[in-house]
Design a protein around this ligand. Sequence first.
Ligand code: AMP
Length: 541
Amino acid sequence: MTQAYTYPLLIGQLLRSALQTSAQQRITYADQIDLTYADLEKRVKRLGSVLSGLGLGKDAVVAVMDWDSNRYLECFFSVPMVGATLHTVNVRLSPEQILYTINHAEDDAILVHEDFVPVLLPLLPRITRKVHLILLTDRADAVVPTGFSGEYEALLAAADPDFAFSEFDENTRATLFYTTGTTGDPKGVCYSHRQLVLHTMGQLVALGPIPGNGGVHRNDVYMPITPLFHVHGWGFPYAATLLGLHQVYPGRYEPTRLLALIEKHGVTFSHCVPTILAMLLQAPESASVDLSRWKVIIGGAALPEGLARAAMARGIDVHAAYGMSETCPFLTLADMVASQATADTALIRTATGKPIPMVQLRIVDPEMRDVAKDGISSGEVVARAPWLTQGYLKNTSGTKDLWGGGWLHTGDVGVMTPDGTLRITDRLKDVIKSGGEWISSLALENIVSTVNGVLEVAAVGVPDPRWGERPVLVLALGAVDVKDAKAEVSAAVDAAIGGGALSKWAAPNRIYIVKALPKTSVGKIDKKLIRSMIEDGSLSE
Ligand code: AMP
């Protein structure tokens, strides 16, 4: 009989591997805590002991409501390693939506930062299951509310530092979170240990072999600027841990603090949505911070050319990536190899890019037939990869739609060039249909983003009796004359139409000016809200 060992792809293996090479490397939390990876391992074991002491193991669901901290990273490992599911609660949702996700996920425990206790306490009577509560705090003198099992650090201090995690099936559910920005109730998305391990590998295989300064290397200093509740911080905390990088967790996102941490710790690698990068570049403190060693992956929304150029002017090595909650999230990455050339690389950096290893992408028509890879023919992007969610939790019809024809339907519209480069042109529901033609809102926004003084731009369709829909623009401007800026925007759009980059229907009917565009719970421009603001007349030209 065989004695061979069948190696399970478990999240614990990521940490174990890191300890072999980087036991003394650092993990910093907002300048309050500095740990080594060896400390991290001990704390992960202690947390495992606390969780099992509370009866939280296989089949349990453990929720976290915290800012980005070393504690959150510890939960990324401990919770799945005891066989439980980590529910990363989107703390930016409304209290009613948070309650919905807690009940829908069937949470058995909630680890909650004291900043969110005022949100959670009034919800407790409506939480349908009995939940254990653990307080997370950055203060030594915080009072533990009644009914809580204790405070995180005190519980860890009293726990077993040699707690032993057991092995189990790699297909065990590891994480669960809820998608945002959709209509109706949030949808639960789950990933298994195997999927997260393979996603980590895929991400690093995509980022590792880039020549020169690109990609991720051992000497990089990593700081997430995507909240850890947003698709596990896009998986990067697992990848950074596996590589044994110095990691900096920033706590609550405030531009001053983020910039100070980048400077103090020499952060070289981060990821965020475009609006956060724009906010950092516009912060008054930013001008005095050297950002020339900083590599940033931009995802969650298209990287506008104007923003890419502003970042490049500061020496930032910026690249777009593409994915979604349902895809763990990585699907594609801008061609970082090509962008290391010295020519003007803004267009390479902003393209949605090429599939990362193990990802298969197709662009299909409604009958699932492939459209031509000619950079012009558009269709829906569908995907296969080892790490795509297998369905929405307790939602059979949503799952059926998501996986129609055996491919995951992204709901995004894109084109592919003959060399396999993808460009997302819209979300299906954001497409502007005017006079029978599709206008790409992203292409229109991209052109406008390069106009001097345009800080933020959204292009949306509004109903029109003659054309079905017409595009309108909503802009946030810097210190420029509004009339001049509008004229420059119109001229840029006309030039793009003249040059064939935009369809002749793309010239906007109206241009609204706002102080700042509304954002979703994960910091993206909220087009749904913008459309309803236009409809109810609350925007002015
Ligand atoms: P979420 O599930 O909240 O992460 O949102 C995923 C959606 O964000 C995708 O389906 C796309 O519509 C959009 N998105 C993410 N990355 C990009 C990108 N690089 N370019 C264009 N859209 C993107």
